[in-house]
Write a protein that binds this ligand. Structure first.
Ligand SMILES: Nc1ncnc2c1ncn2[C@@H]1O[C@H](COP(=O)(O)OP(=O)(O)OP(=O)(O)O)[C@@H](O)[C@H]1O
Ligand SMILES: [Mg+2]
Length: 237
């Protein structure tokens, strides 16, 4: 695989049977993402953003066509192989945090590392490093119910980045957050993108996210209708 090419989709379709008809959630999507991108899938509700993000994250497979992610064709992966790809290389941030309420912040962030063969002392370093990234090292022993929405979302980000994955997929990561928290979270992700060259792909219709994106892929009715590269004032590109 060309290392700079992280993702390549070709003729991607996702179809759902709907009684006598078919709902086409993704309609011939052809898309590439390079390493280090900070990009968003944008478009109205129901346009296929989550569907596409889930396929790129090997949580779902296409009905037709191909999605090559980090050198693996998602449509060919067995259940176990897909899990391995996700565990090793992909971090997810979901709209609803998906934190485990009975575990502490520390344990939530540590969770993805338990699937890998990493010693406890090394895990500790990685977890504390990730919590530092999101500014929550002092809340390691708190439980999710003791955190604000913004703090919970930062824990979810720490959990997504703790393995230093090549790719982070974030589905509406700022939903339910106020402007200040959204801003802080986006700044954290921009910093990760710069410092670690982590590739970020968002699904969003939030203006607060969109203004940080360096590329916007517009979806409408499952089709890519526009693919826009944005030059930021301070961008080195
Ligand atoms: N499991 C499913 N069965 C049937 N239809 C589905 C399923 N999942 C998604 N769809 C349909 O596929 C289309 C795309 O859905 P998707 O969740 O990808 O949209 P979205 O762009 O993420 O929207 P939102 O902004 O509301 O999150 C929608 O019409 C949706 O109803
Ligand atoms: Mg969605």
């Amino acid at each position: 695989m060309n290392n700079s090419h992280l993702i390549k989709t070709e003729g991607l379709y996702k179809k759902y049977p709907m009684g006598p008809t078919t709902l086409v959630a993704l309609d011939n999507v052809n898309l590439n993402f390079k390493k280090g991108e900070f990009a968003g899938l944008v478009g109205p509700s129901g346009s296929g953003k989550t569907t596409l993000l889930n396929i790129l994250g090997s949580l779902d497979s296409p009905t037709e066509g191909s999605a090559e992610v980090l050198g693996e064709k998602v449509e060919n992966l067995e259940h176990k192989e897909a899990a391995k790809l996700r565990n090793n290389h992909i971090g997810f941030i979901f709209q609803t945090f998906n934190l485990l309420p009975v575990y502490t912040v520390y344990e939530n962030v540590e969770f993805p590392l338990l699937l890998q063969n990493i010693s406890e002392s090394e895990r500790r370093l990685m977890v504390m490093d990730a919590l530092e990234w999101v500014g929550l090292s002092d809340r390691a022993d708190s439980r999710p119910t003791q955190l604000s929405g913004g703090q919970s979302q930062r824990v979810a980000i720490a959990r997504a980045i703790v393995k230093k994955p090549a790719l982070v997929l974030a589905d509406e990561p700022t939903a339910n957050l106020d402007a200040q928290n959204s801003h802080n979270i986006m700044e954290t992700m921009v910093k990760l993108n710069k410092d670690l060259e982590t590739t970020f792909i968002f699904a969003t219709h939030d203006e607060k996210v969109m203004k940080y994106l360096r590329r916007k892929v517009y979806l409408d009715d499952g089709k890519i209708v526009k693919d826009e590269v944005i030059k930021h004032e301070l961008s080195k590109e």
